[in-house]
Structures are given as C-alpha cells and as structure tokens.
Design a protein around this ligand. Structure first.
Ligand code: SF4
Ligand code: SF4
Length: 361
C-alpha cells in the first residue's frame, strides 16, 4: 500500500510506540473498535495507524483506564495521540492539497471570515444592483428571488456544493485506497460499519458512555453528537426536498410552515443548535490532558459555522415576512456557502473516514 507523506510525522512515530505497548497489554480490548483492529497487527504501517486513528472517537475511556498513562514513564495517551494523528490524516488525504494547508491551524478565523465575507459580498452585490430591494418586506412564492436573483443564488450554491462534494469524494477515495483491507469487502462488513457509524457506537466507551469531562462516565457527548449529526442530515434533506419542489415541481421558496422543507429545516436546525452548543460547552469543560489543545480552534471553527448556519436559518424563517428578510437571507446564504467550502478541510471528514475505517477493519 502507498504511504502518505505524513510518514515523516513525529506523531506517527508516537502512535506506533503507543500501539505497540497497547498490543502487548490489550487491557482495553472491549472498549471500542480500535483495539480489536489493532490486535490483527504485529507491525503498524502508516496507513494502519491512520485507519486506527480514524476508528477512534475520542471517548477517552482508554486514557482513564490505562495503568501506563502519565505520570507513568511509558506516558501512554491514546486519545491525544490519535487526535493529532487524525488531524494530520485529514490534511494528508485532502484534495486539492494546497487548500488543506490554508485551512490548517486557523480554522476558526478562516471559517468565520469566509462566512461573513460571503454574506457581505451578497449584501453589497444586491445593494449595488438594486438599491432598496434588500430591506423591503416581500411575500409570495418567489419572495427570496426578489432579493437575490434565482440565477445568482442557484449558481453560487451549485458551484460550491459540487466543489465540496468533489473534494470530499476525492479525500474519501484517497483514504480508502490506503485503508482498504487486502481481503474482499463483504456486504456484512459494509452493514456493520454503517451501523456502528450511524449509532456512534465508539462513543459508548466500554458501555457506560464517554469520559466527557473527567474519569466519570457520561452519555452527554454521544447525545450532543447525535443531535448535531442527525440535525445536519435533516437540514440536508430539507434543502434536497426544497430543490426538488423548486426545480422539478416549479414551486419556489419560501414554503408554508406545514411543508416538508420547513418541518425538516426546523427539526434539523434545532438539532444542530442543541448539538453544537453542547459540544462547544464540552470542549471548554473537558479534562485537557487527554485532548490535543492545539486543535481546539479548528474543531470550534466547524461547530461555530454549523451553529451560525442553523441560527441564521431559523431566524430567517421567523422573520421572513418582515423587512429583515433580505439581510437575513444574505447572511444565511453566506454561512451556508462558507460551510460548503470549509467542510472538506474541517473535522467533518472524520465522518467519512471513520465510516470507511469501520467498514475496512
Ligand atoms: S491504553 Fe493502556 S491499558 Fe489500554 S491497552 Fe493501551 S496500554 Fe493497555
Ligand atoms: S474510541 Fe475511546 S477507548 Fe477507543 S481508542 Fe479512542 S479514546 Fe480510546
């Protein structure tokens, strides 16, 4: 199998050292998918370590159970080592590579700046082309398109979404090329991988939940993660249904309260707000010894962007019949477009790599 250029990484060396100790110990075998997959190896190639790191969901159970964790001289810290290695793997598999470098380490600033600048561009463009239109109350089926022309809105959204999906697919293919097992992948392996990914099984730790903040078990992180993941899925479904209604049925937005796009959007937006708020809170209250503090900014960037996308969407829904609709629509679109651009260069790729790693184990 080809190796990634992260072969030079000192994190890779540390991950290999830690896995060799764990492979001799095997105390944590029942905690998650990492340890049974680890036990299949005597040596660890870089691709094996990248796959194991993406199998880890950072529940921290193995850190608090470990007799070799700091201050023991072995200094075994699997969650922290794998968190750093995962981050390196995101950049190693990203496409196109130069953009991955641009998003490294300064995720919060890049994500928020992108969102705000895109919104600003939309506001300025609209104000320059049709002064006054942005701050008027509009009603009727095509109210949104009176503020931002249909062609501009659809064109920008389609280009950024297609780019995002292409970049995510290329990254996923690069990860799979290195991570796929030598044996044929069965349908059972695919179903088991999808089941474990969709139920966030690894976030169950040893069965009692995660060590969200400290050595005590809790299911908070798993619940917040579920709210965020399924909230995102509901919002994506809302957008897909709206696109079908607009382009196939000829029924443009905005839609009535009791319509599929609005109901899915409200449920999804609420899930995103609850999930991202909870996960942001846990980021600041967790024991930092089992985390990688240098990655906090990039992690918060994605959570913040998702939060703002959901918050502006729900605010737009509430005030869509008022004169605030225009600025709110521009702001919401700005955050959505920024989200599309940032997704392939954020922690979001863990959802794809982890699912593939669960299938390949
Ligand atoms: S994390 Fe510690 S206790 Fe668990 S398998 Fe590794 S060395 Fe053993
Ligand atoms: S998922 Fe949890 S138990 Fe498994 S390696 Fe990661 S932190 Fe350790």
């Amino acid at each position: 199998m080809p190796e990634t250029d992260s072969a030079l990484s000192t994190t890779m060396t540390e991950a290999r050292r830690v896995m060799e100790i764990c492979n001799a110990c095997r105390y944590c075998e029942g905690f998650c998918a990492v340890f049974p997959a680890m036990a299949l190896h005597r040596d660890f190639a870089n691709a094996d370590l990248n796959r194991l790191a993406n199998l880890c969901h950072n529940c921290k159970a193995c850190y608090y159970a470990c007799q070799y964790a700091p201050p023991h001289p072995f200094g075994v810290n699997v969650p922290q080592t794998f968190a750093i290695l995962r981050d390196e793997s995101y950049r190693a598999y990203a496409w196109p590579r130069p953009l991955a470098a641009a998003f490294a380490r300064n995720g919060t600033v890049v994500a928020l700046t992108t969102g705000l600048s895109l919104a600003l561009v939309l506001i300025l463009t609209d104000s320059l082309t049709a002064p006054g239109i942005l701050i008027r109350a509009w009603t009727g089926r095509d109210a949104f398109y009176r503020v931002i022309p249909w062609a501009a809105m659809s064109g920008i959204a389609a280009i950024t979404l297609l780019f995002s999906m292409l970049a995510l697919t290329m990254g996923g293919m690069a990860f799979w090329r290195e991570s796929r097992p030598d044996r044929p992948v069965t349908g059972r392996a695919v179903l088991r991988g999808l089941h474990d990914a969709l139920t966030l099984k690894n976030l169950g730790g040893g069965g009692h939940g995660c060590n969200d903040r400290d050595g005590a078990f809790s299911t908070l992180r798993r619940r917040f993660h579920h709210a965020m993941a399924y909230g995102f899925a509901a919002c994506f479904a809302a957008t897909s249904v709206a696109a079908f209604e607009a382009y196939v049925l000829g029924l443009p937005a905005p839609y009535p309260w009791l319509s599929a796009p609005v109901i899915l959007g409200v449920v999804g937006g609420a899930g995103l707000l609850v999930g991202t708020s909870g996960l942001i809170g846990l980021k600041f209250t967790t024991d930092p010894t089992a985390t990688a503090p240098a990655l906090l900014g990039a992690d918060l960037a994605l959570l913040a962007l998702l939060w703002f996308a959901a918050a502006t969407g729900i605010t737009l829904l509430l005030f869509r019949a008022s004169a605030a609709m225009g600025p709110l629509l521009a702001l919401h679109l700005g955050f959505i477009l920024a989200l599309f651009i940032v997704l392939p260069y954020s922690k979001f790729v863990h959802a794809i790599y982890r699912t593939l790693a669960l299938i390949a184990r």
